[in-house]
Ligand binder design. Structure first.
Ligand code: CA
Length: 223
């Protein structure tokens, strides 16, 4: 999952990027409204954390323009103070959630998980596919109760496939959602990670759909 952070407070921006990266997300960031707007308009983010008070273009205008242009990713607004009018304006502009500063990083991460979950139609932190269970809170993966140790890249890949299980996910989609914009986007890397993931999972749930991509499915015959 790939997240955009738009925040002009340098320290907070850095803290957000670090916390989200540590939690297993690919993260891009912007320090003003214009840059944030441009990135959100052109890159396929799974979620955006957007400050309201931004230089060059304020957060509410950024959000309104995205929504007008049919950019539907979940957006969590950061409001400078606990002002009810900001929250109302934010929700009306198309925000999915908001958080008043100062906030605890744990709360932000929980809200991020909730939005990512909801956007892909899951109600719980734990996602299942056949014998595989992935706990998005602890980043723990088990197969039939046995823990499987994954690297952060393998975890991101499985996390994305499990959130979209049952449908074919193309290599391009995976590259766009698993890596930040500075990453060397060679789609062959995806093949390598798929191969490693297949070796680590005791059951073969990842199907290659020739010419289209991959599908994670608990029913191997459903190709
Ligand atoms: Ca600000």
């Amino acid at each position: 999952m790939r997240i955009l952070v738009v925040e002009d407070d340098r320290d907070l921006n850095r803290q957000l990027v670090r916390a989200l990266s540590d939690a297993g997300y690919a993260v891009d960031n912007a320090a003003d409204g214009e840059e944030g707007y441009y990135l959100g308009e052109n890159e396929p983010y799974d979620l955006v954390i957007l400050d309201i008070g931004l230089p060059k273009m304020d957060g509410l205008s950024v959000l309104e323009q995205w929504r007008r242009g049919d950019r539907n990713m979940p957006v969590i607004l950061l409001t400078a103070r606990d002002r009810w009018s900001d929250k109302v304006a934010g929700m009306d502009a198309g925000a999915d959630d908001y958080l008043a500063k100062p906030f605890h990083m744990e709360e932000l991460l929980a809200r991020v998980r909730a939005q990512v979950r909801r956007a892909s139609g899951h109600a719980k932190n734990e996602i299942e596919c056949g014998p595989i269970r992935l706990d998005t809170k602890s980043a723990r993966v088990t197969c039939a109760g046995q823990q499987i140790k994954l690297t952060s890249h393998e975890y991101r890949l499985l996390h994305y496939l499990m959130h979209h299980s049952g449908r074919v996910v193309s290599r391009t989609e995976l590259v766009e959602h698993l890596y930040d914009q500075d990453f060397d986007r060679d789609s062959n890397t995806i093949e390598v990670f798929i191969g490693r993931l297949r070796k680590k999972l005791p059951v073969d749930l990842i199907q290659t759909v020739r010419g289209l991509g991959y599908r994670l499915s608990a029913e191997p015959d459903a190709v």
